[in-house]
Design a protein around this ligand. Structure first.
Ligand code: GCU
Length: 330
């Protein structure tokens, strides 16, 4: 079943123009798709989802509508992914870390310094490996139909972090997974499993010392106001996904599926084009808001985190994916 989906997903870019031309938009049945996510409206992934709604409407002659519930209105990704499984919601955004609890293969994205460079990351995310992975959870109630890059995650805290030694004793919020928790522990810090929307208050009240994220999320959540020291250690590249409930997908007609897939892929391109500039802008605005960014020796962080690779070697599935990913970067 998932093999068919992969084939379909991979073939789509080439097959679509003719396929879409073969029916008229007026023949598409009306449908309203409900999508919930936890990002602020100014975040580029949230913007790509807005764009998805506009494109769906246009491509379907107004028949396919997207109703978006942003800013965590329906809860965090854990809750919204569960709602997809329970058929209580149609779509959501889930980062690879957030998907890990449902499909462990996504844990590979929490492996530090897995990608050589951006080209390697893109090759994996938008290429055969990434597309195959997106279809994996289909039997568990949902699957991903678009991937959004989310840059590199770095640590930030109320005090400077210039080397792994500065992490000692800090309480750091993570999207809690076995891999992220172990990563924090290997650096001598304690992982705190706090919801994204509650990180600001947790730092402000001194419950935690910091967190880790990409620069746009750091800026748009205003974490910059409460944790002004950012170590550019860039430990992981964890993408975001547009995720649809398998039940919703199966209930769509072939035409609706094609339109949705085409709009989803277009939103990928849109988000990818905006990303780099958004990172630059967020760094600039964060500095203006008082943040200090430290260039750190990444090899020191990499060395401290090496045991994660030793652990992974004992996990056959994880190890096989890591090997494939590493081979794609050569
Ligand atoms: C990033 C990512 C989100 C995720 C968030 C988090 O912003 O894009 O999908 O929810 O990190 O740390 O919770």
């Amino acid at each position: 079943m998932s093999a068919n989906f992969t084939k379909f997903a991979l073939g789509l870019a080439v097959a679509l123009p003719t396929a879409l031309a073969s029916f008229s938009a007026t023949a598409v049945e009306a449908v309203t798709i409900r999508l919930a996510h936890n990002l602020e409206p100014s975040h580029v992934v949230a913007m790509a989802l807005e764009q998805l709604g506009d494109d769906l409407k246009e491509m379907s002659g107004g028949k396919m509508k997207l109703r978006i519930y942003g800013s965590g209105q329906m809860g965090g990704p854990r809750e919204t992914l569960e709602m997809l499984q329970q058929e209580a919601l149609d779509m959501t955004k889930g980062s690879a870390s957030e998907m890990e609890a449902f499909e462990s293969t996504f844990s590979v994205f929490s492996m530090p310094y897995l990608f050589r460079d951006k080209a390697h990351f893109h090759e994996v995310l938008y290429g055969e490996i990434g597309r195959e992975m997106m279809a994996l959870p289909k039997d568990k109630g949902f699957m991903a139909i678009a991937a959004y890059e989310a840059g590199e995650r770095s640590f930030y805290a109320t005090k400077p972090i210039k080397s792994p030694a500065d992490m000692k004793g800090l309480k750091i919020r993570v999207v809690s997974t076995p891999t992220t928790n172990r990563m924090i522990e290997l650096l001598g810090a304690s992982p705190a499993p706090i919801a994204f929307g509650e990180v600001y208050t947790a730092i402000q009240q001194g419950v935690i010392d910091g967190a880790e994220n990409n620069e746009p999320s750091y800026y748009h959540t205003r974490h910059v106001e409460v944790a002004q020291h950012v170590a550019l250690d860039q430990h992981t590249s964890v993408p975001d996904y547009l995720v649809i409930s398998t039940a919703t997908w199966d209930a769509l007609s072939a035409e609706q599926q094609e339109i949705l897939m085409k709009a989803a892929r277009k939103s990928e391109d849109y988000q990818r084009e905006l990303w780099d500039a958004e990172v630059e802008k967020s760094i600039k605005l964060s500095k203006e808001a008082g943040a200090t960014f430290y260039e750190v020796d990444k090899t020191a962080f990499r060395a401290a985190l090496q045991p994660l690779y030793d652990d992974a070697a004992a996990d056959q599935n994880k190890n096989a994916w890591i090997q494939r990913i590493e081979a794609a970067g050569k």
